[in-house]
Ligand binder design. Structure first.
Ligand SMILES: [Mg+2]
Length: 230
């Protein structure tokens, strides 16, 4: 008589540990007020803008485009960019759901960091208006900037956490999601208008792990999918 022992396998679903969240600033923590297409046109000129836009259907990396220009031309370009960013600062508004999300992260002792391609002055003003500090907060002065993973890896090492214990949240597929995935972090794309639902974004190299149309949705994503242990 044979005895059969049924192997009882219990599947334990282990949620990934999340110890920190890194945010993009413009268009993620703040309402987009910079008219990027107008800024690109002003920097590049109409002809060059049309040409570069055709070559980069997923978006123009303006800082990269001007990096190889001669110093005079580059100086003029940075001046135009600074003027557009200044106008954006004057009208700066906090993204709906941002304060509540940060309050939730604080209640769980989850770290909060920030990476932006904007300048330090803009980050300082944002901190004043927002009333909560993100640390570290890396601006354009930190090289190389997004979509390079370096700023995110820098924050992880500063926090002494692994990249796969961190989530990068941002509204740019080519900057924020690419930076996050290259670093080995979880990524969440904020797409308020569904602009990334169009076919040209279906075959991109880096896809987000999560996609939301509002920061309000992030709270439940974190609670349902992660073990929130600082
Ligand atoms: Mg952004």
């Amino acid at each position: 008589m044979a005895t059969y022992t049924a192997a009882v396998s219990s599947v334990v679903i282990t949620k990934s540990r999340l110890r920190g969240v890194v945010f993009d600033m413009d268009g993620t923590l703040t309402v987009p007020v910079i008219d990027f297409p107008a800024m690109y046109r002003a920097v590049l000129g109409e002809g060059e803008y049309v040409k570069i836009k055709a070559e980069n259907p997923c978006g123009i990396d303006i800082l990269h485009q001007i990096e190889k220009w001669n110093p005079d031309k580059q100086k003029r370009a940075y001046k135009i960019i600074a003027d557009y960013e200044k106008q954006g600062l004057d009208r700066l508004q906090i993204m709906p759901g941002a304060s509540e999300l940060c309050g939730f992260l604080d209640s769980k002792n989850i770290r909060r960091g920030l990476i932006t391609r904007n300048v330090k002055e803009a980050v300082d003003l944002f901190h004043q208006r927002f009333g909560m500090i993100f640390s570290p907060a890396l601006s354009r002065e930190f090289r190389p900037y997004k979509p390079d993973p370096a700023p995110l890896l820098h924050i992880c090492s500063n926090w002494e956490v692994q990249p796969n214990e961190v989530m990068m949240i941002g509204d740019s597929l080519k900057d924020d999601v690419a930076c996050g995935k290259r670093a080995g972090a979880f990524t969440c794309l904020l797409d308020e208008t569904g602009r990334y639902d169009t076919p040209e974004y279906q075959d991109v190299e880096f896809k987000p792990d999560f996609k939301v149309s509002s920061l309000v949705e992030v709270h439940s994503i974190l609670q349902n999918n992660f073990n929130l242990t600082p």
